[in-house]
Write a protein that binds this ligand. Structure first.
Ligand code: HSE
Length: 291
């Protein structure tokens, strides 16, 4: 029996749609694996009632198949599904790291990223690596079709998760098909600024690079109260605010000492819209860890 803790993640960070991601210190999924003749899956924890245990329909089934590593797999969800916090990616990342170890497959962490991304495709329809990469590697990641670049960084974060559900498929359905050149120029400037901020562990610089004029405004329509929550977080001292992944969680970057007031402001703003929410005060953290 092997146990791996795989963290929640936030993809996009505004200007890095389908490219940027960060690992959180918390919350996380815990994945336990044991060798078996065929793969079976048991899911407990937050939102587990919405997650299929059929290996054909669960992210980790595809990962076990890709690694030719049949196992009893127990997933204790710490990351709510359909949250925008990389829930399915955390399970896929945890399973990839655990099964690679259990069956001594000898794959590097980088090699496990596309394998875990295949698991992601089972639930989101596309094999994105922008959540699985940080969950496996930790830190800040830049995922491209030809591989992943990782940067270690220390950035405080607040993620506020409202009690509403936005499916990744729906959120991808509203992504505009194109962008104007002026928008592309703005995004390149923001993405470069954000990357420099990560390299320097500078929350103010990261926050300045989080704006996105194309995908985020379209998706904001799916999240009741988004504009109010964003404004409240900025007024409370956040350096930058955007939708976490495909939503509905909202991500704020700030100085360490501001996390509490930013979290309170975001909770209050959702509450004023009649929406319950919970806030995670966290920071960019390590990737999947073997117990
Ligand atoms: N980059 C993806 C999106 C993350 O925003 O749709 C969710 O898979």
């Amino acid at each position: 029996m092997l146990t791996v803790r795989a963290p929640a993640t936030s993809a996009n960070l505004g200007s890095g749609f389908d490219v940027f991601g960060v690992a959180f210190e918390r919350p996380a999924d815990v994945v336990r694996v044991e060798k078996a003749d065929r793969t079976t899956i048991e899911v407990t924890g937050v939102g587990s009632q919405y997650i299929p245990e059929d290996p054909e329909k669960n992210t980790v089934g595809a990962v076990a198949e890709a690694l030719d590593a049949p196992a009893h797999i127990k997933i204790d969800k710490g990351v709510r599904p359909a949250s925008g916090l990389g829930s399915s990616a955390a399970s896929a990342a945890g399973a990839a790291v655990a099964l690679n170890e259990l069956y001594d497959r000898g794959k590097s962490r980088e090699e496990l990223v596309p394998i875990a991304a295949e698991g992601e495709a089972v639930v989101s329809g596309d094999a994105h690596a922008d959540n699985v990469a940080p969950s496996i590697l930790g830190g800040f990641t830049i995922a491209r079709s030809d591989g992943v670049t990782r940067l270690g960084t220390d950035i405080p974060l607040v993620a506020c998760l409202p009690e509403i559900v936005v499916s990744t498929r729906d959120a991808r359905g509203v992504v505009p098909e194109g962008a104007r050149m002026s928008e592309v120029v703005e995004i390149v400037g923001n993405a470069a600024t954000l990357t420099a901020g990560m390299a320097r562990s500078d929350p103010e610089l990261v926050g300045r690079g989080m704006d996105d004029p194309v995908v985020t405004p379209a998706r904001a329509e799916l999240i009741d109260g988004y504009a109010e929550v964003r404004a409240a977080a900025l007024a409370a001292g956040a350096a930058g605010v955007t939708i976490s992944g495909a939503g509905p969680a909202v991500l704020a970057v700030c100085q360490s000492g501001k996390r509490r007031s930013v979290a309170t402001a975001m909770l209050d703003a959702f509450d004023a819209e009649g929406i319950e929410s919970r806030a995670y005060q966290t920071r960019v953290g390590a990737g999947a860890t073997l117990y």
